[in-house]
Design a protein around this ligand. Sequence first.
Ligand SMILES: [Zn+2]
Length: 168
Amino acid sequence: MTLVTAAFLATAFATHALVGAALGAILFDRPGVGAVAGLVADVDFLFPAALGWPFVHRGITHSLPALLALAAVAVGVWYAVDACGSHRAAGAAVAVAYCSHLLIDVTTPKGIPPLSPLSDRIVGVALPTTGHSPVPTLLLWVGSLWVLSRTDALDSVARRVPSSRIGE
Ligand SMILES: [Zn+2]
């Protein structure tokens, strides 16, 4: 892997996590769940190449059945942990953040297989630019950070910055 490829992947991962965190924070007060769910589809980078289709990058993990399965698992886990109703917010945060990942990736030339493993048909949306190009990436980062700044999601990060020591 070249340095350029590594930098591109790191930026793409950060974009998915930031967008997921922003959606999870503003819609469901679950920024952490959103960040993880926004990124988790790319776990397919860890699949051994020997597995082949659909266990490849932008294969089965980039589909609506995977989204529904993960959201159902999230609801089940949260229900087991906390039966007071917050499991619905967690499941919804997972679904929306995961969906944001698919929407960004469907704009790329490689597209996604939305019905995998039921169908291997690849779908792509041809836009003037892709979701991982520099301008959309910048807009997604700025928009996501702005949304996060409007919630208390960044408070724990801000508390770690020793701003009170500036000027001492
Ligand atoms: Zn992806």
